[in-house]
Write a protein that binds this ligand. Sequence first.
Ligand SMILES: [Zn+2]
Length: 128
Amino acid sequence: MNFERIKRVKSSKAFTVPDAIVSVIMVIAVIACALFVYRLPSADVIISVRGEKDIRLSLDSETDIELKHLTVHIHGGQVWVTDADCADKTCENIGKISGTWQRIVCLPNGVVISVTGDDDSLQWEIGR
Ligand SMILES: [Zn+2]
């Protein structure tokens, strides 16, 4: 009988109620950490043109921004540049970025594209 088995397991005290609570808390903590690390909530894309014009958009927005010298694409949580008229095309060659530690820079056109979020202070601490 299943009942007997449960009783036996319970009386053995190998796995008590406090153990179960601790296990559940640990599982929740691991999931919370994973979400915090991998999801990066409310990240924004900041496009700075010659340090004067700042365009701020959500990384979740699905849009293309046509600037004077290049086109910025924001799709699927990634940002990248196409149609740049600069000579070196470094900004295009950087490819797609999605994390706060990455940025796209087009020196000839003075365009800096970075990804930022609520975890700015954390990134700052790690970056020091
Ligand atoms: Zn460029």
